[in-house]
Design a binder for this molecule. Sequence first.
Ligand SMILES: *Cc1c(COP(=O)(O)O)cnc(C)c1O
Length: 232
Amino acid sequence: MNAIRARLDTVNRRIRDAAARCGRPAGAVQLLAVSKTRPPEDIRAALAAGQLRFGESYLQEALEKIRALRASQAQWHFIGRIQGNKTRAIAEHFDWVHSLCSIRHAQRLNDQRPDELPPLNLCLQINLSGEDTKAGIAPEEAFELVARLRELPRLNLCGLMTLPAPAETLEQQRLPFRRLRELRDRLATPALPLATLSMGMSGDLEAAIAEGATIVRIGTAIFGPRTKVSSR
Ligand SMILES: *Cc1c(COP(=O)(O)O)cnc(C)c1O
């Protein structure tokens, strides 16, 4: 059994165990394999092991892999920083965007989403720590953005995403995830349930699942440590 298949098994078991501990069905949590900086061969190995969802952060690199794997069943999620002049390629080649932070980018993605594709699935990225260096909008800004997004028919707002600073203990890890869930509960309406919570990475997926994560974004625990720093 190759290393990627074995690590995928381990991650899927961690997800199942974490869900079981808090009484959630295993199918309630989807695994997004974060394949940024990894070569197409690694993605092929994961595909062969049954993994279909892949997360990419760097657009140029992602487009090359999407092209190389065109014939596969892979589903592509953009999780990196969005640059305004790069929205068209995102709108044309991805199934999901987890990192939406501005109405201007939303408008462009909406206008550029090809007619033959379904609406682009989206999460709003929320910055819960208030650090200027971190991407994401402040929680109080989310209310207006959600209202504006409802007017854009080629976008499908599914929920919220966050990327907290690493924390040591399970209790410390759970805090930002709990705040994201509570913000979602305040934003949600019957017509717009915002069911998706994209939160949790290799080091804190158990904490995220305990707080209601529906998508965990896992890189290192599947593909091993990242050595190469990618160019954009
Ligand atoms: C790289 C990255 C991940 C995966 O992190 P790991 O610690 O390798 O699991 C998750 N989410 C985002 C937004 C990332 O950029």
